[in-house]
Design a protein around this ligand. Structure first.
Ligand code: SF4
Length: 441
């Protein structure tokens, strides 16, 4: 029989940390059920919007959205991620990747309302980076990111503690958490609190080099990196830096102790979280061979969220911005097979009819959650804004906002090659009052 460690609380008292999941306080026998319950409760549900929006003809939706945009003027900015569908992207004031878009919104202080046509973690980042008077809105709360959702804070805390425990006999042990920007604000905050940094797909190598602090491939792994949530970006970058696959282990958050022995945790340099992007994982090594047969002379260009096997076979690998730049700089007649989300690839093909551009695979490589943001939901939030009501606001609590900014500022400092700077005021305790923080530099 499993003994309960602590009695389950009957109510949340003021001494209970409100940020700690309830599952931490319950006995091991019922913990899995409580974790499941917490995940269900914290999932973001979108209330059904009125049928009139869903049944409205496209042209009428478009005309009404344009009119609402005009009415709101400079008070509104609409951000559109590269992977967004064209029916929505036509209304975006800015198009780009999540971090660049969030910084853009932060620079527009007139914009009281920031509508993020992306997914949940992107809207969180926008809320963290914008001023307190700016309200960030996600048109459909069901637009999550499967990758970000694979790294829940309580699982991250457990993994970190297990790694510290396994290496406690090593006096030179250092553990640096690094998270891809595609993660929740809670995970970015955890990373900030534990001396780590955020990375993007463009600066990942620089951030990992900083974390390793000179430790070379093959050297005793006193310094270790735990990398969230995308195993592929971590593996591809570590490999590019000269680290062997044997120096990397995969932490399976669904298994006790990550499915790894203490010896494996001591021997590894990289502990990669078992997360992936459901879109980029669809590309397979055989798709590269098939594309080369279909289009002789084609260059295969893939995102580093693709698997190591695909990246090894590709001609070029890089972020969405890198992909865009490669195509923009290419010559007429060039041929590309691109391994990233289908909306972005199709848009590039339309923008560059002088080149041949195809998706690497014929599978539906579509970000289905981002696809939930459609003109009907966009009009629905705009109608509410014009009526003076903010719906679907995404708000990060001040504690996590503070530490997320610390981890993001570290990323910017490391990328720029300058000393790390920490925000001037002390971190808020678990306060519910918004804290004005200096803009990221
Ligand atoms: S493409 Fe992948 S990583 Fe990007 S938002 Fe969609 S599921 Fe998340």
């Amino acid at each position: 029989m499993v003994q309960c460690q602590r009695a389950p609380p009957t109510r949340l008292s003021s001494s209970v940390d409100p940020r700690r999941p309830l599952s931490q306080a319950w006995c091991p026998a019922v913990r899995p059920a409580i974790i499941w319950m917490e995940k269900v409760i914290t999932m973001h549900w979108q209330q059904p919007i009125p049928k009139s929006y869903l049944q409205m003809p496209s042209q009428e939706l478009f005309a009404r959205i344009a009119r609402r945009k005009e009415q709101l003027g400079r008070k509104l900015v609409i951000l559109g991620h590269h992977y967004q569908q064209d029916d929505v992207i036509q209304f975006a004031d800015f198009i780009g990747d999540s971090f660049a878009l969030s910084r853009q919104a932060a620079g527009l202080s007139d914009a009281q309302y920031v509508i993020f046509c992306g997914v949940h973690f992107m809207a969180e980042s926008a809320d963290v980076l914008t001023a307190p008077h700016q309200q960030v809105i996600l048109p459909d709360l069901g637009a999550g990111c499967s990758m970000a959702d694979m790294a829940a804070l309580d699982d991250v805390e457990d993994a970190f503690a297990a790694l510290e425990q396994a290496n406690s006999a090593d006096p030179d042990f250092r553990l640096v958490p690094i998270t891809y920007v595609n993660s929740s604000a809670a995970v970015k905050s955890f990373v900030g609190q534990h001396g780590g940094a955020v990375c993007t797909s463009s600066n990942c190598e620089k951030i990992l080099s900083w974390a390793l602090d000179g430790q070379k491939p093959g050297a005793p792994p006193h310094t270790k990196i735990i990398f969230f949530p995308d195993q592929h970006l971590g593996r591809n970058t570590g490999w590019k830096m000269g680290f062997s696959l044997e120096s990397m282990v995969l932490w399976d958050y669904r298994k006790p102790a990550g499915g790894l022995s203490e010896q494996q945790l001591r021997d590894a340099t990289f502990i990669l979280w078992k997360g992936h992007c459901s879109v980029h994982q669809l590309f397979r090594p055989e798709h590269v061979e098939q594309a080369r047969q279909r289009l002789p002379g084609v260059k295969v260009l893939v995102h580093p969220e693709c698997s190591w096997e695909v990246v090894r076979k590709a001609d070029l690998v890089g972020s969405t911005e890198f992909i865009r730049q490669q195509v923009a700089a290419a010559a007429p007649g060039d041929k590309w097979a691109i391994g990233t989300e289908v909306h972005m690839v199709n848009r590039l093909a339309r923008q560059h009819p002088e080149q041949t551009i195809i998706v690497l695979s014929e599978c539906q490589c579509l970000c289905t959650t981002m696809y939930r943001i459609d003109p009907a939901h966009l009009l629905w939030v705009l109608d509410h804004l014009v009526a003076g009501e903010v719906v679907n606001q995404i708000k990060v609590d001040p504690f996590d906002a503070y530490w997320s900014r610390v981890s993001l500022q570290r990323m910017l400092d490391i990328t720029a090659g300058r000393p790390l700077q920490e925000p001037p005021q002390p971190p808020p305790e678990h306060t519910t009052t918004a804290v004005a923080l200096p803009a990221l530099v």
